[in-house]
Design a protein around this ligand. Structure first.
Ligand SMILES: [Zn+2]
Length: 547
């Protein structure tokens, strides 16, 4: 069928040796073979399709034996064997024959374990290969009780609308606005959630279940109590005269959903309970893919098992080149959510020449930095509580915060804050982050207890550094033309690294592992870190914190 020296010719020979016969090309040009796969003590007729480019995994389908269980792990309704998730095998396009034989072996193993009921892992990821449908987006915290609303929205009036399931329409509307979506129909109370202990598995036979009857039968095989709950909730929804209901199933680790369009062939009102059940069972069911968009999930999914910044009251002093990028990272880590607050404090105006290394662009020029940053970031994080304080740090009440971040690059402000709190007998944790010289290194110092070093503790009384940043002399570079004022030049890439360091130190502090409290990242080639990252003790002769 092919020239002898090509990978496809080698494939043909290898498949023949394995007992597979070449059938021809499928409509998508894939090469089809017929043969058998041995599993669970029997040979199963198998059909194989191989991508001639070698970029995709072969499709493998088997004929299941009579009496095989209805619900089989990793086996789809049509006998399709899900033997590897896309991306979980490294493909070798130069050895299509070898990789196809390896896939047959893998499929045989999966089939063997599945038929013997020993495979129960990874089912949830794999289930979605067999559960296709429209997306519904959940803006609900898991386990929230009661009925949920379904709000449709789309991009423009004519697009097909996406269903948003929510327990707080006001909050979801804020998000839809941020997504520039046009709101459509609101079906109040049209959705409900059912919890199950069973991981979803596809059913052999008619799949997905076309109506409520086989859907309930399938759920009954997975978890009888969940099946009863689903039926009860659907009957209530049907009796209340709804035309449809959306059910979200909370299974361990994930959710899936389905939409039921109630059968209304007979006029409602004069029907018995038995009639209602018959009508319900005949109602059409549509699988839906449930995707979470609640703030807690969005924040936690990138740091599973670790606390986020939600609920924390954080004051970010300085919304310049470091603070701008840092504010964004803090929001992504959950700042301002769930009764938390992110206060942005800066009295300065953003000038057009600042934007070369600022988070904000020309659209915010000549605006106060704190206000511009708040307005810009609120567009993408509409549910976060962000406050802009266009004042100097000395004029703001910083005592009510859980954490103050000094990103001004002004060491004197750090001394001022430390000594002011100390004199008033108060303490608020302070994280200081700064760029060393003209972008040689970035550094962060966390003072989360009274006994930790303050920023002034890092140098002796005559200001000689006790924890030198690099082994080489730090060059003095200043720039500035005309009345612009002098500034230390370093690019945005250095500010972003400072912001990243600070964001890591904040999340480590929240996670209960605040050390090392003095951290350095060298950012310019040719320099080497001098003082190692460490927890630094307070100097009792320090003029700032020793008062
Ligand atoms: Zn000190």
């Amino acid at each position: 069928m092919m020239a002898d020296d090509t990978p496809l010719a080698a494939l043909g020979r290898a498949m023949k040796a394995r007992g597979f016969e070449y059938i021809g090309r499928a409509p998508d040009e894939w090469l089809e073979f017929h043969g058998a796969i041995k599993a669970a003590g029997a040979a199963h007729v198998a059909c194989l399709a191989v991508d001639p480019s070698g970029l995709e995994l072969p499709r493998i389908r088997v004929e299941l034996p009579q009496g095989a269980p209805d619900v089989l792990a990793h086996i789809g309704a049509d006998g399709h064997v899900c033997y590897a998730a896309k991306g979980s095998l490294v493909l070798d396009i130069f050895d299509i024959a070898g990789q196809t034989l390896a896939c047959i072996d893998r499929a045989a193993e999966v089939l063997d374990l599945s038929l013997s009921g020993e495979m129960n892992k990874d089912l949830e990821d794999e289930f979605f290969a067999f559960w296709h449908g429209d997306i519904c987006i959940l803006d609900v915290y898991p386990g929230d009780p009661g009925n949920l609303d379904v709000l449709f929205a789309g991009r423009g009036d004519h697009d097909s609308h996406i269903a948003f399931v929510t327990n707080d329409v006001v909050r979801t509307r804020l998000k839809l606005k941020a997504m520039s979506l046009t709101e459509g129909e609101l079906l109040a109370g049209a959705a409900f959630r059912v919890r199950t202990s069973a991981k979803p598995k596809p059913l052999q036979g008619a799949w997905p279940p076309p109506t409520v009857a086989p859907l309930l039968q399938w759920q009954g095989l997975l978890d009888p109590s969940a099946r009863r709950n689903i039926e009860r909730r659907l009957l209530v929804a049907y009796a209340s005269g709804r035309r449809a209901a959306l059910c979200v199933v909370d299974s361990p680790l994930t959710q899936y959903a389905f939409w039921v369009a109630f059968e209304t062939a007979n006029p409602p009102g004069r029907r018995s309970a038995a009639d209602a059940r018959v009508q319900l069972y005949a109602s059409k069911a549509y699988p839906m893919i449930a995707v979470r968009m609640d703030d807690r999930y969005v924040t936690q999914r990138n740091a599973p098992g670790r606390p986020t910044l939600s609920g924390k009251k954080i004051a970010l002093v300085g919304c310049g080149t470091i603070g701008g990028f840092l504010a964004e990272l803090l929001l992504k880590a959950g700042a301002g959510l769930e009764d938390g607050e992110l206060a942005l404090i800066d009295p300065d105006i953003l000038f057009p020449q600042n934007i070369g290394r600022h988070r904000l662009g020309l659209n915010r020029a000549l605006q106060n930095k704190a206000i511009g940053l708040k307005e810009e970031l609120a567009v993408g994080a509409p549910t976060a509580n962000i406050r802009a304080l266009p004042v100097k740090a000395e004029e703001a009440d910083l005592t009510r915060f859980d954490l103050i971040i000094n990103a001004t690059g002004e060491e004197a402000l750090g001394h001022y804050l430390t000594v002011t709190f100390a004199r008033r007998g108060m303490f608020v944790p302070i994280l200081t982050v700064w760029v060393e010289g003209p972008g040689v290194a970035v550094r962060g110092l966390l003072r989360d207890t009274v006994e930790c070093a303050c920023i002034r503790c890092l140098s002796e009384l005559q200001r000689a550094p006790l924890y030198p940043v690099v082994n080489e002399p730090v060059p003095l570079e200043l720039a500035g033309h005309g009345c612009e004022g002098l500034y230390v030049p370093f690019p945005a890439s250095v500010s972003i690294q400072a912001a990243c360091l600070a964001a890591e130190m904040v999340t480590d502090w929240t996670g209960g592992t605040p050390g090392p409290r003095l951290r350095t990242r060298v950012t310019r080639p040719g320099f080497t870190q001098a003082a190692p990252d460490a927890d630094v003790a307070r100097r009792h002769t320090c003029p700032a914190c020793g008062t």
